[in-house]
Ligand binder design. Structure first.
Ligand SMILES: Cc1cc2nc3c(=O)[nH]c(=O)nc-3n(C[C@H](O)[C@H](O)[C@H](O)COP(=O)(O)OP(=O)(O)OC[C@H]3O[C@@H](n4cnc5c(N)ncnc54)[C@H](O)[C@@H]3O)c2cc1C
Length: 337
């Protein structure tokens, strides 16, 4: 008896690994292919921040509910995958405290107003390096090094050509971040991947402990990371370059000192940049790709890839298994465009 080929996931960022891990824990055979090296997921701050993101972006109640649903998937997902999930308060110091607190409460989140600050206990944080390593370890031999060069349709799936060899896939999951479409994909899929907008983000890591919990304000946030903090992050639509920019770093740091209300000090800071993919409505593309044919998408989460990872993973796994999509997963269906 020949066993059925695996589900091949292209890309080992947060969306590829969350999808692969979800399928793996449902007993499916998966292979994840990635060339390694830094990606957007690795440089992120790892904030699982439904209340702040919803309030700052003035999200609709539906979008806030979607953020909350994914946040609520995190404790079980993290336990299963061996990811350390920190629960700490998150603080807003960027002005209009009463407005931000009111917005959080209207959207169903708890918020405390403390003078000009808003504090919420609704959020988690992961260390992206630890989380990516934990999911990779949990998947074992299923994560392989390589770059997918081209794919071609077979009667019962796909032929996947990588720079290390060729394999067969019963289904293909595209989790390629902000990169372009792989050769050989159906035209409708290529068009949808090409429409994903790159959004560069610069962030800096320092060993100095400037804050014990996430502090956000105008132009910057400071979030715990390891023994120090990260200072982030820019949103630069249309840019794909990942070399850190000194002037951008200076601006972020000035904003961070203002947010913390502290006099600037000299810091040793390691600046990095990553490129997030964003769809036209800012929500991920998660589910069957246009035209079907065994191609699925786990793409374009904009700046909420960590928050939305488990929800995207479950939506893609349900689509592959032919399970009915949950109402929240339907919002992420690539067919909405
Ligand atoms: C500075 C910054 C801070 C952020 N902070 C947060 C935060 O606090 N909370 C939050 O929720 N989100 C945050 N984000 C957003 C989040 O990091 C992204 O939404 C998320 O990482 C996107 O994940 P991804 O899997 O789509 O893409 P990526 O992480 O870019 O992964 C895509 C992978 O696909 C691989 N790939 C591409 N093409 C191929 C191919 N042909 N063959 C094989 N592999 C391929 C790439 O090598 C890459 O490893 C932040 C982002 C940045 C840049």
């Amino acid at each position: 008896m020949t066993s059925s080929p695996p589900i091949v996931i292209v890309g080992a960022g947060v969306l590829g690994l969350c999808t692969a891990f979800e399928l793996h824990r449902r007993g499916r055979s998966v292979v994840v292919i990635d060339p390694g090296g830094a990606n957007a997921s690795a440089v992120a701050a790892g904030m699982i921040a439904p209340a702040m993101e919803a309030a700052i972006d003035d999200a609709s109640p539906e979008r806030a509910a979607l953020f909350r649903v994914s946040r609520d998937l995190w404790p079980d997902f993290a336990r299963a995958a061996g990811i350390a999930l920190a629960r700490r308060p998150a603080e807003w110091r960027g002005g209009d405290a009463a407005g931000i607190a009111a917005r959080m409460r209207t959207l169903g989140f708890q918020a405390r107003l403390d003078g000009e600050r808003v504090v919420t206990d609704e959020e988690y944080q992961v260390d992206p390096g630890q989380a990516l390593a934990a999911m990779t370890a949990a998947l074992g031999d299923a994560v392989v090094n390589g770059r997918v060069k081209a794919v071609s349709r077979l009667d019962d799936g796909w032929r996947v050509e990588t720079d290390r060899g060729t394999l067969r896939a019963r289904a293909l999951v595209l989790a390629t971040g902000a990169e372009g479409a792989i050769a050989g994909l159906p035209e409708a899929v290529r068009e949808q991947v090409a429409a994903i907008q790159p959004v560069r983000g610069q962030i800096g890591m320092t060993k100095q402990t400037l804050a014990g919990h996430v502090v956000r304000g105008t132009g910057a946030y400071v979030a715990p990371m390891g023994a120090g903090v990260v200072v982030g992050a820019t949103m630069e639509p249309g840019r794909r370059d990942t070399a850190p920019d000194a002037a951008t770093g200076e601006r972020l740091l000035e904003a961070a000192w203002r947010v913390l209300g502290r006099t600037p000090e000299t810091l040793e800071i390691d600046w990095r940049a990553g490129v997030r993919g964003a769809s036209a409505d800012g929500l991920p593309l998660a589910g069957a790709a246009p035209g079907g044919q065994g191609v699925f998408m786990a793409l374009a989460p904009r700046r909420n890839g960590w928050l939305l990872g488990p929800l995207v993973g479950a939506a893609v796994a349900d689509a592959i298994e032919g399970e009915p999509a949950s109402p929240h997963a339907r919002t992420l269906d690539p067919g909405r465009f």
